[in-house]
Design a protein around this ligand. Structure first.
Ligand code: ADP
Length: 617
């Protein structure tokens, strides 16, 4: 939804300029303005939805943009740098034909749309807008380049960076090729929850948790389709992974919570929002250690194979369209993530299992735009076996406009319910992600509201897991707040009596905060947190946020063994090729537990980094 906002600055200018009859923020006919110029001079604002809400303010004279300001809360390391650099590029070019920045297309497009909207407000005709959109920067193709390194990593998301740092710690020079202009991938867009059990610790005892339970829930939660050996490694090495991240300087809050679809309170909470803490940590390592070279805006296209069938490197397209070839004397680690943003591939994969009614373009995704299955295609071309491609995870938690996880107000499973447009619960909100999302597909308009009270947000200034305060989300119209449930129901358009009855019934299950073994009619067992703070939904103000299904994680991909070797269709190791993270398949089965993806990146990223360092041709 696009909202046009005239800002205070504009009003002040309007007042000052009223006598000279200069329009401000109005849209006079283009013919009227074209004689003197193409724009009506003034300052104009437009509010758009990027990863978060952002406001673009553009000042124009008769023919040019003289200033662009962007107010934003975009993710550090993803959208935020674009919100700084793109306005300068538009100003310099005096044109809008700038490609959205790979990896930050949502932010880029929101800014480009905001500027376009401002120009329209300034009276630009359709022809003027078309001319501005057609004006693109001239790209000068650089010379082709060739590099040699010890270990090559393809993809700078969570798994790739864990592999790169591990290989460097083993004394190797590393080159990382990354399609976008920054590290982070999908990992940086996640809520940051990392499942890990410190077996035998007090915290584990307090939550009645163990590595054995983590293994069991991961395996059974994926309908026993995951590889039990890989599941065991994932869970057994998870805590080591947390300790390793801490040694590298990453901060965790010490809070252990149940992330949606995590089934148990074992998610470690990073101190920084989303996945930013992981990449601050990896960047900090890069800043303080030599030997890792990042080749950004470099897209890997083809794995290179020698006469013995060993993978030796990769051929890429550089930022200016030149060819960049990287050869490794040790191993090559594929860490290009999944395929959620490749609609054709996900539709074809869903045909295999028919897990979902549809995965066509009508279903948004939480993923960064570069997550298009490139690594899976490249690996298949050198003989890799692809496993369980039809296992695709959707979340019931997408932003209704962008599909992203931002604007998600929930903190932990125990403190919220989901209701449909009838104001009724429809699923066990503490259950599996696939079951919750399939149930959501059955609801009117495939939409739902998260409902919670102020236990999580006593003042409204506390942050959600995506770095947003609930007060800001309410102000932006992305969440709702009311003193009573009746008022909340009115705001979100559900029957008030139904919502009140739903919450009253739910609260009966929560009463006392300790109903061990008791389940409600949907089979929910997770009601209150261990301190008994979330004692039901009964402390106003009450909050709601609308959410829709969104494609989140693809559990199918390249088959690996316990050392992250890629396996070919004959069941043999492909020499020199290793893989980790979402590009791999067969670990999580039909349904990945919430909080296990970041664990996967760290645990298998480290293993792949070690294996690639030890490999020689
Ligand atoms: P994981 O969680 O498995 O680490 P992420 O989604 O976090 O996966 O990261 C995958 C990274 O790989 C992203 O940064 C993405 O831009 C990058 N990537 C994807 N395809 C290519 C490609 N063809 N060449 C280089 N980098 C790629």
């Amino acid at each position: 939804m696009k909202k046009t906002m005239r800002r205070l600055l504009c009003l002040v200018l309007c007042a000052a300029m009223a006598l000279s009859a200069v329009a401000c923020g109005s849209a006079p006919s283009s013919s009227a303005s074209s004689a003197a110029g193409v724009f009506t001079p003034g300052t104009y604002s437009s509010t758009q939805t990027g990863m978060h809400e952002l406001t673009v303010t553009v000042t124009v004279d008769a023919n040019a943009i003289t200033d662009i300001q962007v107010e934003h809360q975009e993710t550090e390391g993803v959208g935020a740098p674009i919100a700084e650099s793109l306005p300068a590029q538009i100003m310099e070019l005096q044109g809008l034909g700038i490609d959205a920045v790979a990896g930050a297309t949502i932010t880029s497009n929101a800014i480009l749309e905001g500027v376009t909207d401002c120009l329209k407000q300034a009276g630009a005709s359709d022809e003027t807008i078309a001319a501005w959109q057609a004006k693109s920067p001239e790209v000068v193709k650089e010379e082709d380049a060739e590099y040699t390194t010890d270990v090559l990593v393809i993809g700078a998301g969570g798994a790739g960076m864990a592999a790169a740092v591990t290989a460097n710690q083993a004394g190797k020079n590393v080159i990382v090729v990354e399609k976008t202009g920054a590290m982070g991938g999908n990992t940086i867009l996640s809520g940051g929850a990392m499942n890990a059990v410190d077996d035998g610790s007090e915290v584990a005892a307090e939550h009645e948790d163990s590595v054995a339970l983590h293994i069991q829930q991961t395996y059974e939660g994926g309908d026993e389709q995951g590889d039990l050996e890989l599941v065991t490694i994932l869970c057994e090495q998870a805590w080591d992974g947390v300790e390793w991240m801490k040694e590298l300087g990453m901060e965790f809050t010490g809070v252990v919570f149940t992330v949606t679809g995590g089934l148990w309170p074992r998610a470690q909470q990073p101190a920084d929002p989303e996945g930013t803490g992981f990449f601050k940590t990896y960047q900090n390592y890069l800043d303080n250690n030599e030997g890792i070279t990042m080749l950004y805006n470099t897209t890997a296209n083809e794995l290179l194979v020698d006469e013995n069938g060993a993978v030796t490197g990769v051929k890429c397209t550089g930022a200016t369209g030149n060819t960049v070839t990287v050869t490794a004397t040790n191993g090559v680690v594929l860490a290009t993530g999944g395929l959620a943003r490749n609609v054709e591939m996900r539709v074809a994969a869903n045909e295999e299992t028919k897990l979902w009614p549809t995965l066509d373009e009508s279903i948004p995704s939480t993923n960064a735009s570069g997550i298009t299955g490139d690594g899976i295609v490249m690996a298949e071309a050198v003989g890799a076996n692809l496993v369980q491609m039809g296992n695709i995870q959707l979340l019931p938690l997408g932003d209704p406009e962008t599909g992203s996880l931002s604007g998600n107000i929930e903190h932990s499973v125990e403190s919220r319910i989901f209701v449909n447009e009838q104001g009724e619960r429809f699923v066990n909100e503490g259950g599996r992600r696939d079951e919750m999302t399939l149930a959501l597909f059955e609801q009117t308009n495939t939409t739902m509201f998260i409902i919670m009270d102020s236990d999580t947000y006593p003042t409204g200034d506390e942050l959600n897991n995506f770095g947003e305060t609930i007060n800001d989300l309410v102000a932006a119209g992305r969440a709702y707040k009311a003193d009573t449930l009746e008022e909340l129901a009115e705001q979100i358009g559900v029957p008030a009596d139904a919502l009140v009855a739903t919450v009253e019934e739910y609260n009966r299950y929560c009463k006392g905060g300790d109903l061990e073994g008791q389940t409600d009619s949907f089979g929910r067992t997770l009601f209150s947190d261990v301190e008994g703070v979330n004692d039901g939904i009964n402390d106003g103000p009450f909050y709601a946020a609308e959410r829709v299904p969104t494609v989140h994680h693809t559990m199918g991909g390249v088959q690996i063994d316990t050392e992250c070797h890629v396996i070919n269709t004959d069941g043999e190791i492909i020499p020199g090729l290793f893989a980790a993270g979402e590009v791999t398949g067969g670990i999580h089965g039909t349904n990945r537990l919430g909080g296990n993806a970041l664990t996967d990146t760290v645990v298998f990223g480290r293993i792949a980094g070690t294996s690639a360092s030890e490999y020689t041709r």
